[in-house]
Design a protein around this ligand. Sequence first.
Ligand SMILES: [Zn+2]
Length: 208
Amino acid sequence: MSLREQLCEYGRRAVELGLVIGTSGNLSVREGDLVTVTPSGAALDRLTPEMCPVVDLTTGRRVAGETRPSSETPMHLAIYQTTDARAIVHTHSVFGTVVATTMTELPPVHYNALMLGGVVKVAEYATYGTPELAANVRAALEGKRAALMANHGGVTIGATLEEAFEATRLLEWLCEVYVRGLSVGKPTILTEEQLAAVVERALNPPPL
Ligand SMILES: [Zn+2]
């Protein structure tokens, strides 16, 4: 599947799973110094490959395609410039946005949070599409695979679009567990020791 086809495929899945509504959310994939991104103002379940523009990683200039790149392209480029990410998924998923509007971080209530780097930080609020927002998100992502964006949504990175997309699904699941947990009682937060024991266990599985 070409990179453009991948954007269409995962865009469709993001809508199907209710991770985005309307024209919100955007995805991108990096190859070398080029970034293929979803277009501005288009519903992610109605994309066609030729609708996805390609931009230069450093200058942000469009080098292929006819459409305007997503308004969050500056954020995508800032992330690529400072991480090993090869794909980025940004959504306004419900539970992620709930956490991002009420908290400063998502604490590790489940050991699967380790797959995103443990605690997920909420990047400080800034207007969408601005360099300020890009800088805030970049800071919150340091050493992590995911970040939330205050009063906005979430963003995840991966070595492939599939990886970034699965990270988004996991982030949303963790946020949902935490938010629903809060409505029932006081969720227990895993300690550093408990998390270290999980890493130890994963690195040294018992013999078959
Ligand atoms: Zn957004």
